[in-house]
Design a protein around this ligand. Structure first.
Ligand code: CTP
Ligand code: MG
Length: 243
């Protein structure tokens, strides 16, 4: 089959890091805000640098980013790539990063694992769980968690009031990494447009059914001001380094 012509598929990381972090209320982009003494994205990238089964990882930066090399000086070498091709939405940043990967020789059948820079508590064993679950899959998949709480749909007013209760059965909360082949993911994002909030939804819109692989509650996306203090408490109780 055609996938084998270029050899077995390889694995690449792609880390969108071009947002501004409005909800976090940090002084500057949240990916550079300090978490336990280091920028948030330095925690994230330490994991990717240590995953030796990943050929290289591309960090997508905003075109006007003037801080990355200064605050993450350890991100260098043949497996640590960066490009200032970020867009106005996360989907645009990821799409631009995928185009850059293609320029750098990544093939359509190679796997790309897209991971939010803002999920700085990632552990390598969760990435490996996803890779082993999806490596033989036709489509790919994502880390996600079954929703534990009862879900409420709010109306528009302030203070918020419940419009409806949404049945929770079968609902999962999507995390990252999300693992798809470069060719499928490029086509999916091009068709889905700039507003999709994850890769899976773009792939689903083409009629595919990605695998749901158990993530971890600690793999949350640092989004709100209080998330930095919560993440610091969790890091303080970890017994071993995360790489
Ligand atoms: N991201 C990106 N390009 C954008 C928007 C987001 O690369 N135009 C990245 C962020 O840097 C982050 C990840 O996508 O690592 C997840 O996005 P989110 O948590 O929403 O971060 P922000 O968009 O920066 O935050 P906010 O939505 O609160 O402004
Ligand atoms: Mg955002």
């Amino acid at each position: 089959m055609s996938y084998t012509i270029g050899g077995p598929p390889r694995l690449f990381g792609l880390v969108p890091c071009a947002g501004s972090g409005l909800r976090a209320g940090t002084d500057g982009p949240k990916q550079y805000a300090p978490l336990a003494g280091r920028p948030l994205v330095a925690h994230t990238l330490e994991v990717w640098a240590g995953l030796l089964e990943v050929e290289a990882t591309l960090v997508v930066l905003a075109p006007d980013d003037d801080r990355f090399e200064q605050v993450v000086p350890q991100w260098q070498g043949p497996r640590c790539w960066s490009a200032r091709v970020g867009g106005l939405t996360r989907a645009e940043s990821v799409a631009a990063g995928l185009a850059e990967l293609a320029v750098r020789g990544v093939q359509p059948h190679d796997w790309v694992l897209v991971h939010d820079a803002a999920r700085g508590l990632l552990q390598p064993q969760w990435v490996r769980r996803l890779m082993s679950a999806c490596g033989d899959d036709e489509v790919g998949g994502l880390l996600a968690l079954p929703v534990a709480d009862t879900l409420k749909q709010a109306g528009d007013e302030e203070p918020a009031r419940v419009d409806a209760t949404v049945p929770r059965a079968g609902k999962w909360a999507a995390q990252t990494p999300q693992m798809f082949r470069l060719g499928l993911l490029r086509a999916a994002l091009a068709a889905a447009g700039p507003q999709v909030t994850d890769e899976s939804s773009a792939v689903e819109a083409l009629g595919h059914r990605p695998r749901l692989v158990s993530g971890d509650p600690e793999n949350f996306k640092l989004t709100w001001p209080g998330d930095f203090a919560l993440a610091e408490r969790l890091l303080a109780t970890r017994m071993t380094p995360s790489s």
